[in-house]
Design a protein around this ligand. Structure first.
Ligand code: RFL
Ligand code: PHB
Length: 399
């Protein structure tokens, strides 16, 4: 079918998650035009509860881009995290171990709100609620993306020089890389996270990651009035099996230690279960299509890396596109996939190791379970091991 309308931009971006929105801002700063095509509504993307932790360089980037005002007022800046196991707590002072890099807790949907409003204010185009996105001529010189506004608007065409697939794990862009040319690496964990938002004051000044025989638990925050907590559950479990009382009882048992610390309860106003996987697609490019963020890779949330990796990909991509538009060089674009994958595999390793060390895997032998406790015990008593954890957690240097 022929599109009824045809428009043009330099970079067509599919998806207004962290990857797509940061990319559009970074390109705009370099004088490069883009259009974002987003399947969901603005209210939906601004209301989806996901990540919480930003690496230090992402915080610095938001500030450099002039997008950090609200974050600097409302985010929570912690010097480290607490690891809890064997009913004992151990503070890992990330800032001290990494020369001042802090743990910033600022919800993903707040980042999204800041990026959407700033992009629209400076004249950027984000089309919400589009459907039927299809890619054409990715291997040629005239790539274009077809789509509809709303569920059944007429077919339109967006012509461009490059397509950025920032459409998350379930989006269509990864599938546009021919199966014969891509390798997918995957590991599915026998764990899920049941996450809640509760109206309660903070119970602790920083995040607590707990390894417990009943399973992992995590205490995080959102604001002085709202807290975010997670417990390890069976990924196939139904949230209907989890009454508020059962959730609190499990959180108390897994989080409490011998210091007399207690968890403050509140009313639960949001709860859900997510499954956990590790996934990498190699390469992250096909012709003039470049995929970024969750479209290309997934990490389990234990290392708090997903959003940060998405931003890292598009930082590399925007640099490569800027060099191309400035001097015609394709060196950065040709190296995009390899450059990103080096960081991605390190984040995959870190997220996998945090996940296996902190969760209870019933398929493991008692021997393996004791090894995880030994690993934790070693970690909290070795400055070298704590430094390795801290460097990865606050964010490895960008290449
Ligand atoms: P997103 O955020 O999934 O955005 C993709 C966007 O593409 C749109 N889309 C389409 N648009 C047009 N046409 C189509 N056909 C489309 N199909 C999809 C979608 O509507 C969506 O708006 O991907 P992106 O930008 O790559 O960002 C990735 C991050 O969202 C993700 O990695 C993080 O949320 C992961 N994550 C965490 N990351 C961190 O860095 N720190 C954390 O503390 C952290 N905690 C978490 C997390 C993820 C979690 N969940 C729920 C999976 C905690 C949790 C519980
Ligand atoms: C969160 O606050 O949602 C959060 C914090 C740390 C993680 C994952 C999620 O590792």
């Amino acid at each position: 079918m022929h599109p009824t309308k045809s428009t043009r931009t330099q970079v067509a971006i599919v998806g207004a998650g962290p990857a797509g929105l940061f990319l559009s801002h970074l390109l705009h700063r370099q004088g490069i035009e883009s259009v974002i095509l987003e399947h969901r509504s603005r209210e939906e993307i601004e209301g989806t509860i996901r990540a919480g932790v930003l690496e230090q360089w992402v915080v610095d980037l938001m500030n450099d881009m002039g997008l950090g005002d609200r974050m600097m007022r409302e985010a929570h800046f912690h010097s480290g995290i607490t690891l809890r196991f064997d009913r004992r707590s151990h503070h890992i002072d990330m800032a001290e171990l990494t020369g001042g890099k802090r743990v910033t807790v600022y919800a993903q949907h707040e980042v999204i709100r800041d990026l959407v409003s700033a992009r629209l204010e400076d004249g950027g185009t984000i089309l919400f609620g589009v459907s039927d996105v299809q890619f054409h001529d990715l291997e040629g010189k005239t790539p274009h993306v077809q789509f509809r506004r709303g569920a059944d608007g007429p077919l339109e065409e967006l012509r461009c020089d490059f397509v950025a697939g920032c459409d998350g794990f379930h989006g269509p862009s990864r599938q546009a890389i021919p199966a014969a040319t891509r390798t997918e690496y995957q590991m599915v964990y026998p764990f899920g996270w049941l996450g809640i938002l509760t109206e309660a004051p903070p119970s602790h000044p920083e995040l607590i990651y707990a390894n417990h025989e009943r399973g992992f638990a995590l205490l995080s925050t959102r604001s002085p009035e709202v807290q975010r907590l997670y417990i390890q559950v069976d990924p196939k479990d139904d949230i209907a099996n989890w009454s508020d009382d059962r959730i609190w009882s499990e959180l108390h048992r897994r989080l409490e230690d011998d210091s007399g610390w207690t968890l403050t309860e509140g009313s639960i106003f949001q709860k859900g279960i997510i499954a956990m996987r590790s996934f990498v697609c190699d390469p992250m490019r096909h012709g003039r299509l470049f995929i970024a963020g969750d479209a290309a890779h997934i990490v389990p949330p234990t290392g708090a890396k997903g959003l940060n990796l998405a931003v890292a990909d598009v930082a590399v991509l925007s640099r490569a596109l800027a060099a191309y538009y400035k001097s015609g060089t394709t060196e950065g674009l040709d190296g995009y996939s390899a450059t990103c994958l080096r960081r991605i595999w390190k984040a995959e390793r870190f997220s996998w190791s945090m996940t296996t060390m902190l969760h209870r895997n019933e398929a493991e032998s008692p021997f393996e379970q004791r090894v995880h406790l030994a690993e934790l015990d070693y970690l909290v008593h070795s400055r070298a091991a704590m430094t390795a954890l801290a460097e990865n957690y606050v964010g490895l240097p960008m290449e």
